[in-house]
Structures are given as C-alpha cells and as structure tokens.
Design a protein around this ligand. Structure first.
Ligand code: ADP
Ligand code: MG
Length: 317
C-alpha cells in the first residue's frame, strides 16, 4: 500500500513537473570503496529524500536532510537509472531541447552514469569540437568512447586531465512529425569536470590556471542557475563557454536534468555536502513550461513564399 501511494505521488509529481517544465535533479550515491568504515549516508527514501550524518558531530546536529526528484542508492543499476531518464530523452524526439548534466567531485560516478546509462555553431569558438552523423546507438557509443579517450590521452601531459575537463556530447535531431511540421531539437549530455575545490598549495602555473578556469565555469553555471531561480531579467550565460553552449537548454524552453553524484565515504563528507547543497539550489529553479521547437506547416509555407519572392526580386534587379 505504502509503495503504491509513493508511486502515485511520484507520477503526480512528474506531471506537475512537466507542466512547470522544471529542472529535475536526481542524486546518485555510488557504492562505497571502503567496506571497513561506516559511510555517511543514513537514509535513502523512495520519495527522493536523502539523509546524511556528519561523523564529527553529535547525531542530532550532524543530521542533514535533502530532497530531490529521485535518489539512486549504491545498489541502483544502470538500467534503473536509464528507466528513470528515458522519458526525458524521448522528449527530444518530440522537439524539446534537453540537457542532462552530471555534477560531483572526481570519482563520484559522473562518467559511469553518462556513458553507460544515457545512451556548435551560434558563433561559439570551439576549435576541437567535431560533428558526426550517426545512424545507430552503436555509432553514438563509439563517439562517446572516442571522446573519453581524448580526455584520457592528455592525462600523460597534465595529471588527471579528465577530471578537470568538461565533456559535452550534443545530439542534434531533425525530423518531421505526422502533421508534416519540422522538428529541430538537441540533447546535451554533459559530463562536468570534478567539482572539488582545488588545493592551491598542490598546483601551480598552467595547472593552477586550468583549475581556476574549471572552477570559474562551474561557478558560472551556478550563477546562471541562481539567476534563473530568482527569475532575474538578466541571465549571465555569456560569462563562460559552458553556459553559452548550454544556453538553449538551460532557459525556459528546455528540459534540464542534473545528476548530483556523491561518494558515500566519510573522507569526502565536505565535498558531499557541498555537492548536495549545490544540487538543492538547482532543484529550486522554476522554469516556464518547456516548449517544442516546431514550425507549423503554415509558417513553413510562408517562409517558402518569402524565399521565392526574394528570388524573383533578385532576378528582376
Ligand atoms: P567521475 O567521472 O565522477 O570521476 P567515475 O564515473 O569515473 O567518476 O567513477 C569512479 C569509479 O567508480 C569508476 O571505477 C567507476 O566504475 C566506479 N563507479 C562509479 N559509480 C558506480 C556505481 N554506481 N556502481 C559501481 N561502480 C561505480
Ligand atoms: Mg569522469
């Protein structure tokens, strides 16, 4: 009985979410790598609640409660994650822009989620970005592997490069719906750089510059989200390439899903709290209803008419 009520609640919740076009936040806790110590996760609720315990404080004061749209615990499988994400990915086919990004410290499971369970233009200068046409899931997975390889290759030159770079896979969808209207949409899969604070004593020179750059782009993302949450008239998309790239998918017309990744070990308590706080901030953002990028037949016909008139005019001159 309880589970049915919880499930019904979630269904209703999702319907409300759809209406509001809200940003969704899922939290994922990876399994512990250290079986010998007790981890900081006290409770994971089916309703998306998560309770963590500060190991250094008395039980009452050390208890922190967070609420998300869903929490995947250490035993959740890739299939579980995919099932919960699939409707959102499907809506790309209905003409919505969708952005799924993974946030969290290095080693918390971002790549694990993005690679296995989620299967430029506009004047932005991304010299190394490439575009490929794909025919199958296998093609996409191949490209994702290539991207991950490119991140890893640089790690010989700069230690741990893959944890300090963002990886963005964008899938552009062009199609026609049954009424003949043209649909254009895109799906961004963003595997963000590790969110951990950089210890300045450990890095110098170019590495420090790189780390600061990454921290800056993550804080720009936070600023954009805060501005959206406060419904500011100015949203500072232009402050970083990352937010500029994701602009169409972070605004009111898109559907956004954030995976907040946390490690359960006591050692990472500080980073875990800061990730969960960031995620909580993101989940309070309210956007307008998501909109389909659709041009009706009428608009298309008018455009064609304009084009042929333009041609006729040019021929006359
Ligand atoms: P990140 O991309 O955040 O740095 P990774 O995705 O590389 O972290 O994960 C770190 C390690 O933990 C990898 O070896 C990965 O396979 C493992 N891992 C992460 N999440 C899970 C999970 N949910 N279940 C099992 N192993 C996981
Ligand atoms: Mg990674």
């Amino acid at each position: 009985g309880y589970h049915r009520v919880v499930n019904e609640n979630r269904k209703l919740y999702n319907m409300v979410q759809d209406l509001r076009g809200n940003i969704r936040v899922y939290c994922r806790v990876r399994p512990s790598f250290r079986a010998e110590t007790k981890d900081v996760i006290e409770f994971i609720g089916e309703d998306g609640s998560l309770v963590i315990l500060d190991p250094l404080k008395p039980r009452k004061e050390g208890r922190k409660v967070f609420q998300f749209n869903h929490v995947f615990g250490p035993t959740a499988t890739q299939d579980d994650v995919f099932k919960e994400t699939q409707p959102l990915i499907r809506s790309v086919m209905d003409g919505y822009n969708v952005c799924i990004f993974a946030y969290g410290q290095t080693g918390s499971g971002k790549t694990h989620t993005m690679i296995r369970s989620c299967a430029s233009e506009n004047g932005l200068n991304l010299p190394d970005a490439t575009m490929h046409s794909v025919k199958s899931t296998a093609d996409v997975l191949q490209l994702m592997k290539l991207g991950e390889l490119n991140r890893a290759v640089s790690s010989t030159a700069i230690n741990n490069r893959s944890s300090r770079s963002h990886s963005v896979l964008t899938i552009h969808v062009h199609g026609k719906d049954t009424s003949g209207s043209i649909l254009r949409s895109c799906l961004h899969l963003v595997d963000l750089a590790g969110s951990e604070r950089v210890d300045k004593s450990e890095v110098t020179g170019d590495r420090l510059k790189e780390a600061q750059y990454i921290n800056k782009s993550l804080s720009c993302l936070g600023d954009v989200i805060t501005a959206l949450a406060q419904k500011n008239s100015h949203i500072p998309y232009r402050n970083s390439k990352l937010t500029l790239l994701l602009q169409d998918s972070l605004g009111g017309r898109a559907k956004t899903l954030m995976f907040a990744h946390v490690s359960p070990e006591v050692d990472f308590f500080g980073e875990t709290v800061s990730t969960l706080k960031f995620a909580q901030r993101v989940s309070t953002v309210e956007l307008g209803a998501a909109r389909v990028n659709k041009e009706s037949n009428e608009v298309m016909q008018l455009k064609e008419q304009i084009e042929s008139l333009k041609k006729a005019l040019a021929n006359k001159e």
